[in-house]
Every structure is written in C-alpha cells, then in structure tokens.
Design a protein around this ligand. Sequence first.
Ligand code: AMP
Length: 285
Amino acid sequence: MQVIEYPKKMQELSEQLRREGKILGLVPTMGALHEGHLSLLRRCRAENDLSVMSLFVNPAQFDRKDDLAAYPQDWEGDFKKAEAVGVDLVYAPTAGMMYPEGYQTYVEVEALTRRWEGASRPGHFRGVATVVAKLFTIVKPHQAYFGQKDYQQALVVQRMVQDLNLDLEVIILPIIREEDGLASSSRNWNLSPEERCAAPVLYKALQAAEARVRAGEQGAEAILERMREIIEAEPLAEIDYIACCHPMRLEPVERITESVVFLLAVWIGRTRLIDNALVEVPAQA
Ligand code: AMP
C-alpha cells in the first residue's frame, strides 16, 4: 500500500493511471477508521482497478477549535486497517498542503446546507464541499464513495457534483451500526463507558419513528414528539435537532405521504452524534 502526501504527486499518478485505462475509486475519510469506513473501502476495492483512501482531518469543516482538537486520531491503526481491506493507495496530505498560505477559494452549496447540520455548524458544509472538490481534482476518481450516515453531506456532495459538472459518480452506501444499533462513528471513541451505554438512544428514537410510519401514522409532529420523549428519558442525552424531512430537499414535512428521512443530532455528554433513517411509506391499500 502506497502512501502519498503531496497533492502534485498524487495528481500526476492519477493522471498516469487514467492514461493507462485504470478505473479509480476514492473513499474520503478523516481517519480513526471503523466498520462504516471499511464497508466503503471494501466496496471501492471491489468496483475499481485502484482504490484510494484519503486520510485528512479537514480543519475547514470544523466550526469549533475544541472539536477539531478532540477529533480522534490513529494513523498507525488506520494504515493497518486500510491495508487489510486491500486499499492500494492512501492520500494523506497535511493541512498546509491542502490550504497553503494565501488560500482563499471555497465551494458553497446553497439551499441544501442552510438547515440541520449547516445551521448547527456554521461553515461546516463550505469546508466539506471545498475539501471534497479538491480531493476530486487531486485524486481524479471515476467513482467516489460516501456513507448515508452523514445524510445531508451525501446530498451536498451529490448536488455539488451535478452543479459543477464534475465527471465522476457518487455512490452512497448504507449506515453500518454496532450490535446495539449505535451508528459506527469515529466520535464514538470519545464516549465514556457510561455515555456509550446511553448512545443507542438515537437509534431507539429512529426505530420508534420508523415503526409508526410503517403503521400508517402520517402526522410528523406526533412522531417527533415521541422521539423527543425517548431521547429526553436518557439523562446524558441532549437534543440538538430532530427533523422529519423530504429525502432530497431536506425541507420539513408535516404530513407523511411519501418517503421521508428522519435526521437527528444529539449531544451525549460532550460528544455530538448524528444519525438518520430513510423511511419508505407503505403503499395505500
Ligand atoms: P468521516 O471519516 O467521518 O469523514 O467519514 C468518512 C466516510 O465514511 C463518510 O462518507 C461517512 O459518511 C462514512 N461513514 C461514517 N460512518 C459511517 C457508518 N456508520 N456507516 C457507513 N458509512 C459511514
């Protein structure tokens, strides 16, 4: 497994591989790899001649310095895990290489980023869209893999690719969960044992919502109220937002007559976790 640090070197290699007719896949990550990442990496490996993982904790997408400082890091473990699933190449630049002195160009996706994560974390999606656009330009993948775990992010990336006519396919893969339903996340490393026990409450709330939609309930507010009750019953949990939305536009939905996505962000102690569930509405009898 090759590790490349310099953007120019990565770009030259990608260009050469493309000239040789190789199909390139990219999985962007911020490291501290877990089963969620590994599912994307395995799929990337299976579907491409060469699988590239980027490993870059992108300062531009953190709205709080303390959050960036607390972000878990385990490069040695990451390299081992990446190698074990057959990653061919790791692109791991420094912040200075991605944002050298004088850097001043950013990508902004508009309406889709105004709510939810975008509202709670100002500037977050500007940082995400910018770094993903740069990674696409540097690695030049034919296909790039993202997780549904970061639902709004996946839509933002798809939108950017469409709007900027970027020549690649974005593939979104399902959420990988721990045995008790907690969505795998690098941030789970920061949970104390007590907080770790409390964290599956996000999934419990999503499951309750899903069950009620499947049972034919249409009123979003009543379902959201039930989700709040479930989460508020957990003393270590504090809700940032819970929403029932249109699955593509992410606008709030009041009456559930078509597929919806439930999005939530919840603080468990000092760690902020996000999760979501895309729910199909049963056909009317
Ligand atoms: P991150 O390192 O957190 O930026 O995540 C890198 C990629 O892995 C993103 O596309 C995430 O959506 C995806 N990802 C993170 N957690 C999961 C999960 N539990 N299941 C599936 N994909 C995930």
